[in-house]
Design a protein around this ligand. Sequence first.
Ligand code: NDP
Length: 359
Amino acid sequence: MVYPQTFEGYAVTDSATWNKVEKIEFTPKAFGPKDIDIKISACGVCGSDVHNVRGGWHKPHLPVVPGHEIIGTVVRIGDDATTNLKVGQRVGVGAQVWSCLKCETCLEENETYCPDWVDTYNDFYPDGSKAWGGYASHIRVHEHFVFPIPDVLDSNDVAPMLCAGITVYSPLVRNNAGPGKKVGIIGIGGLGHFAIMFAKALGAEVFTFSRTNSKKEDALKLGSDHYIATYEDKDWSTKYARKLDLIVSCGNSSKNFDLDGYLKCLRVHGKLVSVGLPEEPFTVSPGTFIKNGSLLGSSHLGSRQEMLDMLKLAAEKGIKSWHEDLKVDEEGISEALTRCYENDVRYRFVLTDYEKSFK
Ligand code: NDP
């Protein structure tokens, strides 16, 4: 097989023009004995792509090739790889491409919290080489972060699950969302729509909080049992006070985010896990916590085992993303980033037609 030494991708080169990309050629990290090279065929566009390229969290390491909801085909396998992948096999990659796999955290299957973890893009490996994402022809990844995709799941349907899906699946299972539990989900975007579907599939009673009523019908179709429009129902936090065991917040902004109100909706020692990562801090009054002993925290992606479990559950229950597909080129990526920023997506953009844009 003719094998590329460099890969091609669409890069943001200036944060001031964050929704414009240009095609670049880049050199991936040196091929390691446990690395897998993947020819990409689809990639979801995550809210994190927008935070990253706009420099909302920190100044990006430009040029940045974004994308961390990747589906593709294995084209090369390192000599020491042990996960039984085959050339030609369909696989996925999420928002993490490396961790040390040796520290106490990694050995406890908490590799997404390894102090040395490497994000799929806009990050660097310990040897200084740069990580490049999925708006690209190929990606090179350590096998631990490469996941076989069950045959019944369509590539474009499953791509967004590799980040958005696992990010909500992990805190749901780690906090026992299931039969008899009342689970709140805040914000119906890419993450939020999976959170509704997975909470329901796990057997919980689902309460969805959205700012307006515009997504009500969709939330109910996704499986939500209750719908609360927080900007339209002024008494929501009183009506739902002390009702929920767990809340997973998928909101990407802290603007008008009534954290005190959401915490009030928790039962004693209930937990609010914010997987959403707003660019500005939350404000909360300490007195809120004392009233019900509520707890506030976060969660980062999910372990390899959780990813495999999630994909199995999705295959068994027919769970798939609601997505709009756009061609992976300058126009398609610009539209996806712009509309994602404007909250004009139901509920994920997936970049497709890779074979037309890359040699
Ligand atoms: P989307 O843009 O698809 O969705 C964001 C949703 O947030 C909106 O649809 C909206 O829902 C809700 N929202 C926006 N502003 C507010 C507000 N002020 N108060 C309450 N809700 C609000 O983004 P994603 O789903 O892709 O990502 C969501 C967040 O999760 C991002 O910050 C992203 O960076 C983060 N993330 C975190 C990960 C992790 O490991 N923890 C991994 C991946 C992403 P509605 O219209 O229903 O109100």
